[in-house]
Ligand binder design. Structure first.
Ligand code: HSE
Length: 438
């Protein structure tokens, strides 16, 4: 069979590694794909820098549109990232009848509906395994491996940089900015690291996972997003005393009222496997009706792990290039005419448990005032911890764990507690997930 010819857009961390994997593992890849696969042209911002040593004979240009337009190229590998010009390049490749492999979660989360509709129309494939959880084959697992199941919920640590920062803060007491700089140097962080820290990168990925899990359109704007910047060492320590770890989690859940899509710091019981996923590693826990819970774990960022997913997608495309477009795995797991617009619940309607931390006057009756407000909002308290004030200090720290409650009720309770004269400063709140199957 004729070799499959690729055009590579972007020769950064992942692009360079993809070119090297294709070259170094070429024989094994051809045995799997049933044909040779080779990059014949690449685009990078500074073509004078050349390709990394060992990539073979690849012509270089500074113009990515030249690669997309190259009539020799069957498959375009988009590893530029960002919204523009990635969207324009991908839509142009589709228009020209080319298949696309991308690692671009921002592009898929925001423009995926438009891109997949165009690809459907042209009968080409757009694949995006590397967009979520780096090297973990989570898209393939949900889309194909769990295809016989009704997926109830999923919860994932899906930003390596955020997990790396939280882990280093907990284990080594390191400073937030210092760890972030290291994550950038290691190539884990996004070009704009606020995407990692503020949860936007995780929200892109959760939006994609929700769509393939539940057969709903991609709706990035509907994902409730909170980052990790507000997490203090104090909370990490108290969570530990209560038997929990704080993780930045993406949660998607199907309920009778609609679908929850939310990204936020979360207390997880430390005995759960996912609570022990540390450093740059990612993990996604999926609760499906027939399989029950299953956990997917691996490197969520970095050059080689991400290239591993990109190359697997390239092989998949090479295998299906001659097949009937109607019989390929649908882009979003469900047939395009079966994507259903189920309502997304606003965060105020979501039910979770909570961890609360507050600074209060250390005198009789204070706890009673606080618990009265909780009672008025029908919030049941699961545990209370009061930290002894140091000698001579008249204020104490109270930590509470509650049972599950609708978020709006918790917001009202927190407002009322914060207004009490005996409470000083903010009432800090972190959601709690037990991830035990219900
Ligand atoms: N910045 C991302 C992360 C890279 O830290 O997980 C992989 O998408």
């Amino acid at each position: 069979m004729k070799p499959v010819k690729l055009g590579l857009l972007g020769v950064g961390t992942v692009g360079a590694s993809t070119a090297l994997v294709l070259k170094n593992n070429a024989a094994e890849i051809a045995r799997r794909a049933g044909r040779q696969i080779q990059i014949i042209q690449a685009a990078r911002r500074s073509p004078a820098s050349g390709m990394p040593d060992g990539c073979g004979d690849i012509s270089l240009t500074g113009d990515p549109f030249e690669v997309v337009d190259n009539p020799e190229i069957d498959v375009v590998i988009e590893l530029i990232g960002g919204y523009q010009p990635a969207r324009e390049l991908v839509l142009r490749a589709i228009e020209l009848g080319k298949h696309v492999v991308t690692a671009n979660k921002a592009l898929i989360a925001l423009h995926g509906n438009e891109i997949f509709a165009a690809a459907q129309e042209k009968g080409v494939n757009v694949v995006f395994e590397a967009a979520v959880a780096g090297g973990i084959p989570i898209i393939k697992s949900i889309r194909e491996g769990l295809a016989g199941n009704h997926i109830e919920w999923l919860a994932g640590i899906i930003n390596g940089t955020g997990n790396f920062i939280l882990t280093e803060m907990r284990d080594k007491g390191r400073d937030f900015d210092d760890v972030l700089r290291e994550a950038q140097a290691l190539g884990y962080a996004e070009a704009d690291p606020t995407f990692d820290v503020e949860g936007i990168d995780a929200a892109h990925k959760l939006c994609i996972l929700s769509s393939i899990a539940f057969g709903i359109p991609l709706q990035f704007d509907a994902v409730y997003t909170e980052g990790i910047a507000g997490i203090s060492t104090e909370d990490v320590v108290y969570a530990g005393e209560l038997g929990y770890r704080i993780k930045h989690l993406g949660v998607a859940r199907r309920t009778g009222q609609g679908i929850e899509m939310r990204v936020h710091p979360t207390l997880i019981p430390e005995k759960r496997l996912i609570a022990n996923v540390d450093g740059v590693m990612n993990a996604v826990l999926v609760q499906a009706d027939k399989l029950g819970p299953s956990l997917y774990y691996g490197a969520g960022a970095g050059a080689d792990p991400t290239a591993s997913a990109v190359v697997a997608d390239i092989i998949d495309v090479a295998r299906t290039i001659t097949t009937d477009a109607q019989n390929r795995v649908p882009h979003l797991a469900f047939q395009p005419d079966q994507i259903v617009d189920i309502p997304i619940l606003p965060i105020t309607e979501v039910h979770t448990a909570y961890y609360l931390r507050m600074r209060v006057d250390d005198r009789p009756g204070v706890m009673a005032e606080i618990t009265r407000i909780m009672g008025d909002q029908h919030i049941s308290i699961e545990a209370i911890l009061q930290k002894e004030p140091e000698t001579g200090v008249t204020r104490a720290t109270i930590i509470m764990l509650t049972q599950k409650i609708r978020e709006q009720q918790m917001v009202e309770a927190i407002d009322a507690i914060a207004r009490l004269d005996v409470v000083h400063g903010d009432v800090h709140r972190i959601r709690v997930e037990t991830l035990d199957g219900d």
